[in-house]
Design a protein around this ligand. Structure first.
Ligand code: IPE
Ligand code: IPE
Ligand code: MG
Length: 238
C-alpha cells in the first residue's frame, strides 16, 4: 500500500472487536457464524499489524460481562477458542509473535487454560510483535484484582501503602509491561468502552469505525491509522 510509507504507525494498538452478531444477522446466519468469521479477521489482522511494525496489538475477545449471553453462544465461543488456539500458535510461530492473555483465565474450562498457558509458554521467546488477547477480561475486574494483590503485598511487608505510585500500581495489572494503547479502535460504530482497558486508555486516541468486525481488513486499519495521524495528542499540556 502506498500510504504505508507516509503513515506513522502507532506502537501500541488496542481493538474492541465488535459487530460479529450484526454481521451474521444481516446475512440471516446464527450469531456464532459471525464469531467464526471474526476469528478469521483476527488471524489476518495479527499478520498485518506485525508486518506494519506495530509493537503491541491488544484485542478484546471476551468480556467479564459476555457470560450473560445464551449458553449456546458462550459454548460456541469456547469451541472457537479451542480451535483457534492451535491455529494461533502456528501463526504466532511463523510471524515471530509473542502471545499474552489478559483477564481472569481461572473461569475457563481446564483444557482452555492449558491451551492459553501453552500459547504463552511456546511464544515467550519470540522477539516480534506482542499479541495480547483479552479473555474473561473486564477493566474493573482487573483493577480489583490488582488492588487485592497489592493489599496482600502490603500485608506481607513487601510494599508500603503510603508509597504507592501509578507506575507501581500499573505493574499489578494484567497488562504489566505492555505500553498503554496509543490508538484504540472500536468497530461497528458503538461509542463506548464496554469495560475495556479503563486504566490504560487514559490518553489513548479513540477511532470508531462503522465497519463490522468480520469486514475489518488492512485497508480499514490503515484508514484508522490515518485518522490517528491527524490527531494532536496533548496529554493535558498545551
Ligand atoms: C463482538 O461481537 C464479539 C464478542 C463480544 C464476543 P458481538 O457478538 O458483540 O456482535 P454484536 O455487537 O452483537 O453485533
Ligand atoms: C465488547 O463488546 C466486548 C468485546 C468486544 C469482547 P460487547 O458487544 O460485549 O459490548 P456492549 O454490550 O455492546 O457494550
Ligand atoms: Mg457487541
Amino acid at each position: 500500500m502506498e500510504e504505508k510509507k507516509k503513515l506513522n504507525i502507532p506502537s501500541s494498538i488496542a481493538i474492541i472487536m465488535d459487530g460479529n452478531g450484526r454481521w451474521a444477522k444481516k446475512r440471516g446466519l446464527p450469531r456464532n457464524m459471525g464469531h467464526r468469521e471474526g476469528c478469521k479477521t483476527v488471524e489476518q489482522i495479527i499478520e498485518d499489524c506485525a508486518r506494519l511494525g506495530v509493537d503491541y496489538l491488544t484485542v478484546y475477545a471476551f468480556s467479564t460481562e459476555n457470560w450473560k449471553r445464551s449458553e449456546d453462544e458462550v459454548s460456541g465461543l469456547m469451541q472457537l477458542f479451542r480451535y483457534y488456539a492451535g491455529r494461533l500458535l502456528s501463526r504466532a510461530k511463523d510471524n515471530n509473535v509473542r502471545v499474552r492473555m489478559i483477564g481472569d483465565r481461572s473461569r475457563f474450562p481446564q483444557d482452555i487454560i492449558d491451551a492459553i498457558n501453552k500459547l504463552e509458554g511456546e511464544t515467550n521467546d519470540n522477539t516480534g510483535m506482542t499479541f495480547v488477547m483479552a479473555a474473561n477480561y473486564g477493566g474493573r475486574d482487573e483493577i480489583r484484582r490488582a488492588a487485592m494483590a497489592f493489599a496482600s503485598d502490603v500485608k506481607a511487608g513487601k510494599q508500603e501503602a503510603s508509597e504507592l505510585t501509578e507506575e507501581t500500581f500499573s505493574s499489578y495489572l494484567d497488562t504489566c509491561g505492555v505500553p498503554d494503547p496509543d490508538l484504540l479502535i472500536r468497530t461497528s460504530g458503538e461509542l463506548r468502552l464496554s469495560n475495556f482497558l479503563l486504566w490504560q486508555c487514559a490518553y489513548s486516541e479513540i477511532v470508531i469505525t462503522d465497519v463490522l468486525w468480520p469486514d475489518f481488513n488492512k485497508d480499514v486499519l490503515l484508514s484508522c491509522i490515518e485518522e490517528f495521524n491527524g490527531r494532536k495528542r496533548r496529554f493535558g499540556g498545551v
